[in-house]
Design a binder for this molecule. Structure first.
Ligand code: ADP
Ligand code: MG
Length: 216
């Protein structure tokens, strides 16, 4: 398997007024095509910072991030982030419309986007819910829909920042199983941030462990 992502000596320092806060320091690792990599560590150790740098939301102070040989400079749809929050979808659009909207923005070609949206909803176990609005869904269903929308733009890398952190234990278990199936079916490469060791062990091929931050 070839390397899809390489993170080399990445340091991110936040400057807020006169204070400098280390987000991450001197991080290096590679992710192969199709791998499921978890990043674990306590709160404040820089997990979200690392994902935001890979997404291109933050500029690094040092080091390089390359996806498929291209240096990451800004957000692009080849990397799609799914967050912990349960309100990531447009509330005034149905699930199908949310997905169609994302596909239209990324790919101007007009195919049968509605049919494609239905395919992605089915993939995450939401067949028949395309005409529902986000407020009509449970938390687990909202996260499934966010995953469907992310996959619909066919990113090379799916970045997930504690995506199941707001869900109860029963829902998490079901969504883990669903997500593993989706990962196997689509072959998408995943970087998955969590502070839950069990979740990381259950889901991933490889686990990157961050040590604690400066403050607890
Ligand atoms: P984690 O996701 O592991 O909980 P974060 O990446 O959010 O950790 O934070 C790592 C460190 O960077 C923390 O000390 C945090 O306070 C700091 N930090 C994160 N985002 C910002 C920001 N936008 N401005 C200043 N400091 C930040
Ligand atoms: Mg975080």
């Amino acid at each position: 398997m070839t390397n899809l992502l390489s993170v080399s000596n990445v340091t991110k320092i936040y400057e807020t007024g006169k204070r400098k806060v280390v987000g991450v320091k001197d991080i290096s690792f590679c992710v192969k095509q199709g791998e499921f990599v978890s990043v674990i560590g306590p709160s404040g150790c820089g997990k979200s910072t690392l994902l935001r740098c890979i997404a291109g939301f933050e500029k690094t102070n040092k080091g390089n991030i390359c996806l498929d040989g291209q240096k990451v400079k800004r957000p692009e749809p080849n990397r799609f982030m799914v967050f912990q929050g349960l309100d990531q979808l447009f509330p005034w659009l149905t699930l199908k419309e949310n997905i169609v909207f994302a596909m239209k923005v990324v790919d101007k070609k007009q195919g049968n986007l509605e049919k494609k949206a239905e395919h992605y909803l089915e993939l995450v176990g939401l067949e028949g819910f395309g005409d529902f609005y986000p407020y009509q869904l449970s938390g687990g269903m909202k996260q499934r829909a966010s995953i469907a929308r992310a996959l619909s733009v066919r990113p090379k890398l799916l970045l997930m920042d504690e995506p199941f952190g707001s869900l109860d234990a029963f829902t998490r278990r079901a969504i883990h199983q669903m997500f593993l199936n989706v990962w196997q079916k689509t072959g998408v490469t995943v970087i998955f941030v969590t502070h839950d060791m069990e979740e990381a062990i259950d889901l991933s091929d490889k686990i990157i462990v961050f040590s604690k931050g400066r403050l607890k």
